[in-house]
Write a protein that binds this ligand. Sequence first.
Ligand code: ADP
Length: 349
Amino acid sequence: MSIITFDHVSKAFPGTRKGAPVAALDDVDLEIQPGSIVGVIGYSGAGKSTLVRLINGLEKPSSGAVTVLGTDVGTASANELRSLRGRIGMIFQQFNLFTSRTVRGNVAYPLKVAGWKKADIGPRVTELLDFVGIGDKADRYPRALSGGQKQRVGIARAIAANPELLLADEATSALDPQTTGEVLALLKEINRRLGITIVVITHQISVVHELCDQVVVMDGGRVVDSGDTYRVFAHPRAVLTERFVAAVTQGVPTGDTLAALRTGGGRLISVDVNEFTSEDIAAVFEEHGVRHTVVFGGVTDIQGRQLGTLTYRLQADAAAVEAAASELATRTRAELLADTAKTGTEAAS
Ligand code: ADP
C-alpha cells in the first residue's frame, strides 16, 4: 500500500503576459512506500516545489490523481486537506521559525494547533528537543542559534505531532557540509526509529547519496529516472542522472590528466565498479597474469555497495591484456583508453 501515489499527474499554471500555460508537472507517475526515504532531485524549475505543493494539498492537479495517506487531493474538501496537512511534517531551507518565540515556543506551537493538553505539551517538547540534540537551548530565541541548530528546531517542530510523512524542502541547502551531514544523520534516525516516511526535495546529489534509499530524478516537469538509489546511480536511464552521478564518482580521465597518465607506460583501462566489485576486477587481472595498478578514479559507498570508476595501468603482454579486457567487458563497462599497446609493453619491459 503506497503512502503517496501520483497517477498521470500534470499541473499547468497560467503563463505570464497571456503566454502559453507553464507545464510545471507533465504526466508524473510516482509511488512512495511507507517507511522509505525518497529523494526528489532536479535543477531549479524541474517541478519539485510543485510536486511538494500537490503532496501537502496546497495545489490540486490539473489532470490525473494525487493520493496522499489515503486522501484524494484533487477531490478533497478544505477540511479534509487541513486534516491531511496535520499528518504531514514540513521542514524548509530557511527554517521558517517564529522569531518572537523561544525554541520551546516554536516546537509547542503545532501541538497547540493540534489541540494537545497543556500538561502534555511541556514534557513532549522536552522529549523532542532532547531527541534532536538541543535540550539545552529550549529558552533561547532563534536569532541566538546557528543554522544547524535552527534546522534542529525545525525538525523537532515538524515531528512534534507524530506525522506519518515528513517533507524536507531543500532542508540542507543553506547549511555547510559538516552541518548538512549532521542534519541528514538526524533525518535517518527519525526514519529508522520513528518509522516516518521522508520525502526530500533537493538539487544536491550528495543528499540523495547519503540519505535516500529511493530516488526520483526530475527534468522539465517530468520524471526521467526513478527507483532504488543504487540501481539509478549504477545504471542511469537518463543523461541528467549521469550528470548527477558524475558529481559523486570520478569518471574516466580526460584531457591533460589522461595525457599525463599515458606518459607512464603500460596500457590504461577504465572499468566501472558496480555489482561487479573492485575485488572481482582484481581477480580477472590476476587470472590473466596482468599486473594492475589503480592510477585514477574512485569508489564510493551507496547503501553498503560499491559504485565508481577505476582506471588501471596494466603491465603484461598484449594478448593477456586483451583477454582480461574482453572478459571484463562481459561483466561491466570496461574500456581500454589508449592504443599504446606497443609503446606500453616496451615501457613496461
Ligand atoms: P523547482 O521547485 O524544481 O525549482 P517549480 O515547481 O518551482 O520547480 O517550478 C516548475 C515550473 O513551474 C517553473 O517553470 C516555474 O516557473 C513554474 N511555476 C511554478 N509555480 C508557478 C505558479 N504559481 N505560477 C506560474 N508558474 C509557476
